[in-house]
Design a protein around this ligand. Structure first.
Ligand SMILES: [Zn+2]
Length: 260
């Protein structure tokens, strides 16, 4: 899969505390249709050219999105996330590669949010999305749980003031480790509220790769489900020996706020 950072439209907004404009003007988003009161777009860039006509045909029916968008609206209600300035874009990918990110939330400093959901066509006609319990060998499990609540939490982090807006594709060395810490709070919160979450053991394993098992376990005990600001996440990472490249957006932000 082609790294998304390379696409020109997206790299323009790779700053910290960036703005997100209306669909189709400031970022790659074809406002395709309105479903359940939400503007829904699709990105077929990664679909093989010969597969595109079929995908376009399916996308032209509003019905195709109804179930999936309806469930996104339900998750928003459960998390009390306002649907104002909220857009959904289904990103179709070929195959289930290791790079699949399942979902991403792009949220600007004014809270305008684009929820990107990696999608595929299931059984030739249904809109499938990747799920937390996705198992390639067991496709029946595909529709049972959802990555959406996790991504919505990243939007809430900005809207509720815990975090400045951070473009989700942070280059290596510039704070790509921040989410390893923030996920302790996010998935812990989701677990405590009975919503789909990535298990604590997985989050500890991911964090341990960066800072070692002992530190990762100690931090998980302290922070699982406990509100964590971006400031907390930077401090935890630096204390654990991780670094921010000098003069990167995050390093500048940290220098400006750390003593305030
Ligand atoms: Zn995340």
């Amino acid at each position: 899969m082609k790294p998304r950072e390379e696409t020109q439209v997206r790299s323009r907004i790779r700053r910290l505390s960036f703005d997100v404009g209306p669909p189709a003007r400031d970022y790659q988003f074809r406002a395709f249709t309105r479903v359940c009161g939400i503007e829904v777009g699709v990105d077929l860039e990664e679909v093989e050219p010969e597969e595109r006509p079929r995908a376009v045909r399916l996308c032209q029916s509003e019905h195709f999105f109804l179930y999936r968008v309806g469930s996104i609206v339900d998750w928003c209600r459960k998390l009390e996330l306002e649907l104002k300035d909220f857009y959904v874009q289904f990103v179709f990918s070929i195959g289930f590669g290791a790079n699949v990110r399942m979902g991403q939330a792009i949220v600007g400093r004014r809270g305008r949010a684009v929820l990107l959901i990696q999608s595929f066509i299931h059984r030739e006609q249904q809109l499938g999305v990747f799920t937390i319990y996705f198992e390639p060998d067991n496709p029946e499990k595909i529709l049972c749980e959802d990555i959406v609540p996790h991504e919505l939490m990243h939007i809430l982090d900005v809207r509720q003031g815990r975090s400045p807006s951070v473009y989700p594709y942070v280059p290596p060395g510039q704070g790509e480790w921040l989410d390893l810490f923030r996920h302790l709070w996010i998935d812990g919160y989701l677990e405590q509220h009975g919503l789909p979450y990535l298990p604590r053991e997985k989050r500890i394993r991911d964090l341990a790769e960066a800072i070692g098992t002992e530190k990762a376990e100690t931090l998980a005990s302290a922070w699982w489900g406990k509100p964590m600001t971006m400031r907390d996440a930077v401090r935890l990472g630096l204390d654990a020996g991780l670094a921010l490249e000098q003069d990167s957006p995050m390093a500048i932000w940290w220098k400006n706020i750390k003593d305030s």
